[in-house]
Design a protein around this ligand. Structure first.
Ligand SMILES: [Cu+2]
Length: 119
């Protein structure tokens, strides 16, 4: 019984919500790639920073992808960052696979994309 209570308490502490500190992640952008500091984060709040070390402006959008790799659900965004600039946002993500990409014309197809798994 004591072990069960301990397990339930541990689950409550791990549950995403107001008590959990947000996960943090840095995405470095340049021509033509997005380099993410992590490939996997916990469900819930994510503090995400975009550092533009390139020579053009870049931004980030993210959407969940389904089994057929179609983008579904809402789009999360970080505003455009000029070269040398840091931009950030806090997203609340539920579990799934996500695609991140730069929305400037031609940037995604040039390689500015990354995957993220939310558990
Ligand atoms: Cu870009």
């Amino acid at each position: 019984m004591r072990a069960l209570l301990a397990a339930l308490l541990a689950l409550a502490l791990l549950a995403p919500g107001a008590h959990a500190a947000p996960a943090r992640m840095l995405v470095t952008a340049d021509e033509w790639m997005l380099l993410a500091s992590r490939q996997s984060v916990k469900e819930g709040r994510l503090q995400i920073q975009l550092y533009n070390r390139g020579e053009d402006a870049h931004d980030i959008a993210a959407r969940r992808v389904d089994r057929l790799r179609r983008r579904v659900g809402r789009t999360f965004r970080i505003r455009e960052a000029r070269p040398g600039e840091l931009a950030e946002a806090t997203w609340r993500l539920r579990s799934g696979k996500y695609r991140l990409w730069c929305t400037l014309r031609g940037h995604e197809s040039a390689g500015m994309r990354a995957g993220l798994r939310v558990r």
